[in-house]
Design a protein around this ligand. Structure first.
Ligand code: X90
Length: 280
């Protein structure tokens, strides 16, 4: 029996150790160039192109055929997508699920709208992998993923929200704050799966303090943390250090964002997923 975890490239995950994994790529369109968000994409080059281009760049989500390809020929599929409130990716996955089940009536597909992105999706997929590797049944794995996703959280900090505003993903008013030199907007994924801005911070130290305060607010007690950043290792290291002051053995992992998250979080941005108490 073939078991596969599947996501879109907004998860920042292009391969998973120990399990079969399929990733449906989003695309980034800058002028007449289209970048496919896969593990080969040179994110620095993409960011430079974006900076040099004067027009409005955009992205597009995977279509049904892209999802079908990511599903492969698996018998059991666990698919976690980025939030349906910012992208059409979940809807396309839902259509692909229907089509796949018509073609493979004996297959089983678990499909979750994460209402989040990047590192929170990563955590949920890692939880699913744990169950797969322990031989847990489909039904139980699905239940575990549902329960787990209620106590994972997502925070972000952005130096610019230009692309988010230009593409209608946040209001221009919210984006304005992040346009001021040296100001970072710190926010979270709302329960509806949209961006919710929480603080405006000047300076790295202040930003990190706000991150940690928010993590504590959401019940962080030394659990897993996944930090993804857009060429900002300094900020990522800073957060890891802060966490380790209180929890020296916390399971913290850092990674570079994939193309989609690089495009929207922009240079200097950081997106953090972690375990906490149940969402209210
Ligand atoms: O073209 C598409 O369908 C993709 C659209 C993606 C839009 C938003 C991406 C935001 C990425 C910002 C920080 C994290 C916010 C999380 C809120 C749920 C990065």
């Amino acid at each position: 029996m073939k078991i596969r975890i599947v996501s879109d490239s907004a998860s920042n995950i292009f391969e998973m150790e120990g399990v079969e994994y399929g990733c449906a790529s989003l695309k980034i369109v800058i002028g007449d160039q289209t970048f496919t968000d896969d593990k080969e994409l040179d994110r620095m080059v993409m960011l430079e192109e974006m900076k040099a281009y004067k027009g409005t760049s955009r992205t597009s989500c995977p279509n049904v055929a892209d999802w079908m390809e990511a599903f492969g020929d698996a018998d059991v599929i666990y698919c976690v997508t980025m939030t349906s409130n910012l992208s059409g990716t979940y809807n396309a996955a839902a259509l692909a699920k229907e089509q796949y089940l018509e073609e493979h009536p004996d297959a089983k597909i678990y499909l979750l709208d994460s209402l989040s992105i990047g590192p929170e999706v990563q955590l949920i997929m890692e939880r699913i992998r744990e169950d797969i590797l322990c031989g847990v049944s489909f039904e139980q794995t699905a239940k575990d993923a549902d329960a787990y996703s209620k106590r994972t959280h997502l925070l972000f900090s952005l130096e610019s929200m230009d692309n988010l505003a230009k593409n209608g993903r946040v209001s221009p008013l919210v984006a304005k704050a992040a346009g001021i030199l040296g100001v970072r907007v710190v926010g979270k994924a709302s329960n509806e799966g949209t961006l919710q801005s929480l603080h405006k911070c000047r300076g790295e130290k202040k930003t990190l303090i706000k991150y940690y305060e928010e993590m504590k607010n959401h019940g962080y007690e030394g659990g897993k943390v996944r930090i993804s950043h857009v060429f900002n290792e300094e900020l990522a290291d800073g957060l890891e250090k802060l966490i380790r002051q209180e929890y020296p053995d916390a399971e913290v992992e850092k990674l570079l964002c994939g193309g989609l998250c690089c495009f929207y979080a922009e240079k200097g941005g950081m997106i953090v997923g972690y375990e906490g108490k149940e969402k209210e």
